[in-house]
Ligand binder design. Structure first.
Ligand code: FUB
Length: 448
């Protein structure tokens, strides 16, 4: 931890978290829902961030489905909705228990390993990262009925094609998956206890080293890691990626390399903290850039809010952008546009109240934009969508009045003046005396 990190940590302990401080750091990455148990996956040029979902009313764990977010710049994330839920598993009749999943691709198919708390680990498959996912085996892939340790699967395919699934709290187990990825051979093997291990294993290989990152002993959890020369161990404990801290409680890791950088995702309660200091299982995913040493060991990170997540490429606004793409959108909600349709991933931004806003970071207007279209629906009087640069009170480059559409989605258009170069883009929503809440719903927007 350097001096800057230390000063930020001291200030953070003394001051309550504010929305503008969190927004400045680009964390937590999702604000419109409570998300946990990050399982990032890189495919082609995109990060697919699968998460669990804490319901808005959660006190203890209340979890019914699994969500997906995508990004190509690490700070602006598109909400892809719920890609799977407990209802995908016909053998499970309960309504709660959709715990920490992981998704992995093999030969053009996506495999999602889903623990259902107390009922083992199921597997779903899809031809696309966005789903729909289906249960190909109609039963749990593993379920040791004598205890409730079967949670938190992590799946890794070695260079020789052998796939492994590890899981467990407080013990760690693994099996060798068959090539079909939906069955396994041999016995369930118990891994000798790794120092400070609690749960949430995340296994991967990098530059010939095998890594097992994990949520370290509860509570509060940090993120620890062990290394090995083989996927079956022995695992040597190497220390903290992030130390235990009272600023979070759980800290389930997910680790990727992306566009030349390395990232460690985890979880905390920092969106819920904007509202209250009491505890409930309403968590949020955060991410920090991490660094490996030459020998493969990992440099310890300070707590997420003492790191700043940097955008890694500018955002192109000259295309149809789904409105549910944002760096910050605290207070807003997203809902499936058509839960029964083909494009189940498509969301609407809703719950838009007077004074709320969407922020997109690092938007490149290049030599300039001249017009703007937005597709929206409005049930009542509507309001105004101000288009501003670099702040909620920043330079106004256009504004659109969104009026009653008789609930249909309609395109509204305005001229744009003064947008050139790279800026943070703000859509600031304003109501009227007649209507201050639930002003309208947004589908997509586009600059020309
Ligand atoms: O999200 C439910 C459980 O909490 C996960 O399975 C654990 O890793 C912990 O994050």
């Amino acid at each position: 931890m350097n001096r800057h990190h230390l000063l930020m940590a001291v200030a953070a302990v003394m001051l309550p978290l504010t929305q503008s401080a969190a927004q400045e750091l680009n964390m937590p990455v999702i604000q419109t829902k409570y998300t946990a148990d990050p399982a990032p996956m890189v495919h082609n040029d995109t990060v697919y961030l699968y998460t669990t979902h804490d319901e808005n009313d959660a006190e203890g764990f209340h979890m019914k489905d699994w969500l997906l977010y995508t990004s190509t710049d690490m700070v602006n994330w598109q909400d892809r909705g719920a890609v799977a839920s407990l209802e995908n598993f016909e053998w499970f009749k309960g309504k709660n228990g959709a715990w920490a999943e992981q998704v992995i691709e093999r030969n053009g198919k996506w495999y999602m390993y889903c623990p259902i708390h107390g009922h083992g680990i199921g597997v779903l498959t899809s031809d696309s990262p966005y789903g729909p996912f289906k249960d190909p085996i109609g039963k749990p892939l593993v379920w040791q009925k004598e205890h409730w340790y079967d949670i938190d699967p992590t799946v890794f395919i070695d260079d020789d094609g052998q796939a492994y699934m590890y899981w467990g709290n407080p013990k760690t187990y693994y099996v060798k998956l068959n090539k079909d990825m939906i069955s396994y051979s041999g016995e369930i093997v118990e891994v000798p206890h790794i120092k400070d291990y609690q749960e949430g294993p995340w296994c991967y290989k990098r530059n010939g080293h095998y890594y097992m990152a994990f949520a370290s002993t509860c509570c509060p959890e940090g993120i620890g890691y062990a290394m090995s020369k083989s996927p079956t161990g022995p695992w040597e404990y190497k220390g903290h990626i992030m130390n235990h801290t009272h600023r979070t409680r759980g800290n389930h890791p997910g680790i990727i390399d992306y566009k030349g950088k390395s990232y460690c995702f985890g979880l905390n309660y920092d969106i819920f903290r904007l509202e209250t200091s009491r505890h409930a299982e309403r968590r949020s995913v955060s991410v920090a850039e991490m660094t490996y040493n030459a020998d493969g060991t990992i440099q310890e990170l300070p707590y997420f809010l003492d790191c700043k997540l940097e955008q890694i490429e500018h955002f192109n606004p000259f295309r149809k952008v789904e409105a549910e793409t944002m760096a910050w959108g605290y207070g807003l909600e997203t809902v499936a546009k058509n839960p029964w349709g083909k494009e189940r991933w498509n969301q609407l931004v809703t719950g838009i109240d007077n004074g709320e806003y969407i922020q997109l970071k690092g938007v490149d207007f290049a030599k300039g934009a001249t017009s703007f279209k937005v597709c929206a629906s409005c049930h009542l009087y509507g309001g105004t969508m101000e288009i501003r640069l670099d702040g909620v009170d920043g330079k106004l480059i256009g504004s659109v009045n969104i009026t009653n559409t008789k609930t249909e989605l309609k395109v509204f258009e305005t001229k744009i003046k003064g947008a050139t170069g790279v800026h943070d883009l703000y859509f600031v929503f304003k109501g009227s005396e007649k209507q201050k809440r639930n002003l309208f719903n947004l589908d997509w927007w586009e600059f020309k």
